[in-house]
Design a protein. Structure first.
Length: 131
């Protein structure tokens, strides 16, 4: 099965693995699962790092793609069809553009989104599969 991990799940995996719920740890360790980190996640982290909204212990944002690859994660690029069709995602309570694009990528790619953020739940009725 294919999974897309939310930004905070990726950061927990790298910096705070003890915060990961058992169910998500089991998926991350499943050799049959293909885990994707979106380039949107790397962009979000880099932007928030630059703005001082997050700090990274001993790592700069540009090292995170290499860490993701070493962790066995695949990178999900943002393709033209996904970006051009983003207007189809309804505007609901979640106004965070990074979250909304991750939602749309997961829907378009038919991936399950690994998240602990309840703001994504509103998109279940629009095709989002959440773990």
């Amino acid at each position: 099965m294919n999974y897309l991990i939310d930004t905070h799940i990726f950061l927990w995996t790298v910096f705070y693995p003890k915060k990961l719920p058992k169910r998500i740890k089991d998926i991350l360790l499943d050799p049959e699962a293909i885990i994707y980190v979106s380039l949107i996640t790397f962009w979000e982290i880099s932007l928030k790092y630059q703005l001082g909204k997050i700090s990274l212990t001993g790592i700069l944002p540009d090292k995170l793609p290499m860490i993701a690859k070493k962790s066995g994660f695949e990178t999900l690029n943002l393709d033209v069809d996904t970006t051009a069709s983003f207007y189809k995602l309804p505007k609901l309570k979640n106004k965070d553009l990074f979250d909304r694009m991750l939602t749309w990528q997961a829907i378009c790619s038919d991936y399950h989104l690994l998240t602990q953020d309840q703001d994504f739940a509103d998109y279940k009725d629009h095709g989002l599969k959440i773990v």
